[in-house]
Write a protein that binds this ligand. Structure first.
Ligand code: ADP
Ligand code: MG
Length: 294
């Protein structure tokens, strides 16, 4: 028998490095007319590096001490920012002490007990809760340079700020252009990162609609608002924080290489070879297959 068009399209998507989980998904991919893209790990490579270490004068800690505490608290986390912090500590030959009581809050950060004291590492906006601590100004300066700033607190008191930078994926701007053409609408950038770094990156790839500082549930709301307006939304993401939006979307696609297990399991399709350009390619494959079915 000749292969039904949607099954051929699945095989073809596989050759482009995309695992499409079913024929229904293959069909739905071509129906989308709106796109929501995550930033970290989706439009960026997802292998960020620590570029700046600031210890707050009042803390009395050295840069290395700030980094050591942060790395200890981040050690159990699978978040790309956590890996950047741990790598920076290793590069400086710092010993990373064991921790207890580790917890993580998607879109916010991590907390753990280090040397009997509570260390939190995460979003300055969320940890400072809008308060006007000197640390907020340090973070804002880094964010204006396009960095993701993470605050380090010790027993609830800010002691330092780390600046972290990630590279744009190769071809990200071209992919945004291709998705815009296929969907007929400009994509939305949905990110948990700060608005300043998000705006800079959006500018580089040609996205004008930027939603920053979002919690996982806020990403779901952004998708649902579009769906209620009659749109069929394609969500592309990689993190645990993207899983609810991937599930809520008409079609959810996860970036595979650095993607979290939860995102890969929740998504309808996985970009296994990690090439963002494959996303518009499979939307095109779906459109062609659907014309053959019809
Ligand atoms: P994105 O939506 O861009 O992929 P996330 O929702 O994963 O980003 O993270 C949003 C923000 O939450 C980060 O910019 C950071 O401030 C904070 N954050 C989340 N997880 C961590 C972590 N493990 N360490 C430090 N900060 C974190
Ligand atoms: Mg992400």
């Amino acid at each position: 028998a000749t292969m039904p068009p949607l099954l051929s399209a699945i095989a073809n998507a596989g050759r482009h490095g995309v695992l499409v989980k079913s024929a229904v998904v293959m069909e739905r991919l071509g129906q989308v007319d709106a796109v929501a893209l995550d930033k970290t790990g989706t439009l960026t490579e997802g292998t960020p590096r620590v570029t700046d270490i600031r210890s707050l004068a009042a803390s009395g800690l050295s840069q290395d001490e700030v980094l050591r505490l942060a790395a200890a608290a981040e050690h159990p986390s699978e978040h790309p920012l956590a890996r950047a912090v741990v790598d920076a500590a290793r590069t400086r030959d710092l010993d990373i002490p064991p921790v207890r009581d580790f917890t993580s809050a998607p879109g916010t950060g991590v907390t753990a007990t280090v040397d009997g004291r509570t260390v939190a590492v995460g979003s300055p906006a969320r940890l400072l809760d809008g308060g006007s601590h000197p640390a907020a100004a340090v973070a804002e300066r880094l964010e204006n340079e396009g960095r993701t700033a993470v605050l380090v607190t010790l027993d609830g008191t800010p002691v330092g700020v780390l600046g972290i930078a990630d590279r744009l994926r190769e071809g990200a701007a071209a992919t945004v252009t291709a998705l815009t053409a296929l969907a007929g609408t400009t994509p939305l950038l949905v990110t948990g990162d700060n608005p300043r770094a998000a705006a800079r990156l959006a500018d580089e790839v040609g996205i004008t609609d930027v939603r920053a500082g979002l919690l996982p549930q806020d990403k779901v709301s952004a998708v649902q608002d579009l769906e209620r307006a009659g749109r069929r939304v394609l969500v592309v993401g990689d993190g645990v924080n993207d899983a609810p939006a991937l599930a809520a979307a008409h079609t959810g696609v996860a970036m595979g290489r650095a993607g979290s297990d939860l995102a890969l399991e929740t998504a309808d399709a996985v970009v296994v070879r990690d090439e963002l350009a494959a996303v518009p390619t499979v939307v095109g494959l779906s459109r062609r297959a659907r014309r053959l079915v019809a």
